[in-house]
Design a protein around this ligand. Structure first.
Ligand code: TXA
Ligand code: MG
Length: 333
């Protein structure tokens, strides 16, 4: 059931969560599927509902940095503590920190790892919900495993339907891409998943160099990376319709029904008759592209096309996260 976010629906969600059920709620990035992060049985329901492999760990959501110590073990005077003290200036926001976990966090939340990913979401409804309950919420994106993440309550409904008792509707997500996941326990902090908090922002805040998982992959070999973020193993963000980057498909290979996602209105090849062309932005504005990307992929996926073509955007700042999701949707990573 989808219900608008009101004081009454927040209370209803609180009751369900306290009784060990799961609830879908909006965040600034994508909708989350939340359960009591301290309750192993409740967390297990998330994995069942999403058909999520047990080896893919969840992000724990809190509403106040003062609660961080309840979920993560940060030693006094440690490098980790110094980094956290700087990074919390970016909270609430689309940044998940991978930290040593407290034993109170059940193993299924972290897929057996000794670290836990934590963030404070920058969304008034998520913060309201987190403030009325006295436990953190473990919450992955509220879609079936391997689907495109939901950026509206309707998307959650399309993906999960009655599998979730309650979907709190908070409108469209402002950011539209999942949070940046940053591991800060190693010598060099490493971005495991790029997001709206960019590498430049992190380096400026931390006043040290930050690696991208790709660079580290080259240095450390794949095994280490798979171990550090199992979520990277899976094909994500893929629609049912085949999707390819426009430049990689030649004209003569195009099937009959083709849709195009472009980033600004530019003249398209008039000799190709697209079934549908969607411009994500008037002027290649990266914030706009990120906000609309998943909704547009979902929209075209419903049209029974033979192929979706998508353009590339410039790869700096938020463009890095956008192209990461596009490559994953196209099966290129
Ligand atoms: O924006 C977001 O992060 C959204 C909203 C709901 O907060 N959540 C989200 O969760 O995208 P999910 O489950 O779809 O993605 C979680 C990612 C996965 O790639 C997972 O591998 C990584 O975070 N992760 C979680 N815990 C980790 C850990 N302990 N170590 C390394 N990576 C971890
Ligand atoms: Mg997800």
């Amino acid at each position: 059931m989808i219900i608008p976010a009101t004081a009454t629906s927040i209370q209803k969600a609180k009751k369900l969560l306290e009784a060990g059920h799961v609830v879908a709620f909006p965040t600034e990035t994508v909708y989350g599927l939340g359960a009591n992060a301290f309750d192993q049985a409740a967390v297990a329901k998330i994995f069942t509902i999403k058909s999520r492999p047990a080896i893919n760990p969840l992000i724990v959501h809190i509403n106040d940095a003062a609660k961080l110590a309840t979920v993560a073990r940060i030693d006094r005077g440690s490098l980790c503590e110094r980094r956290v003290n700087r990074l919390i200036s970016l909270w609430p926001g689309p940044l998940s920190l991978v930290l040593p976990k407290q034993t109170i966090i059940p193993d299924n939340v972290t897929a057996g790892l000794n670290t836990v990913a934590v963030r404070i979401p920058a969304h008034p409804i998520a913060l309201d919900l987190l403030s009325v309950i006295d436990f953190p919420l473990a919450a992955p994106s509220a879609n079936l495993s391997s689907e495109v993440s939901p950026t509206s309550a309707d998307h959650v409904w399309q993906s999960l339907g009655d599998r979730v008792e309650l979907i709190i509707d908070g409108g469209s997500c402002l950011v539209g891409l999942e949070s940046t996941v940053l591991a800060i326990t190693d010598e060099v902090p490493i971005i495991l998943r790029p997001g709206a908090i960019t590498r430049e922002q992190l380096e400026e805040t931390l006043r040290e160099k930050v690696d991208m998982f790709k660079t580290a992959a080259a240095e450390n070999a794949n095994k280490k990376i798979i171990h550090s973020s199992p979520g990277l193993l899976f094909k994500h963000y893929a629609p049912k319709t085949p999707i390819s980057i426009r430049d990689t498909v030649s004209r003569e290979d195009l099937p009959e029904k083709v849709g195009l996602i472009s980033f600004k209105p530019i003249p398209t090849d008039k000799t190709i008759s697209y079934e549908r062309v969607i411009y994500l932005s008037e002027d290649e504005n990266l914030d706009e592209i990120a906000k609309n990307l998943f909704a547009t992929i979902r929209e075209l996926d419903l049209l029974n096309l033979d192929l979706i073509l998508i353009d590339v955007c410039r790869e700096d700042g938020l463009g890095i996260a956008i192209m990461d999701r596009i490559r994953r949707a196209c099966g290129l990573t």
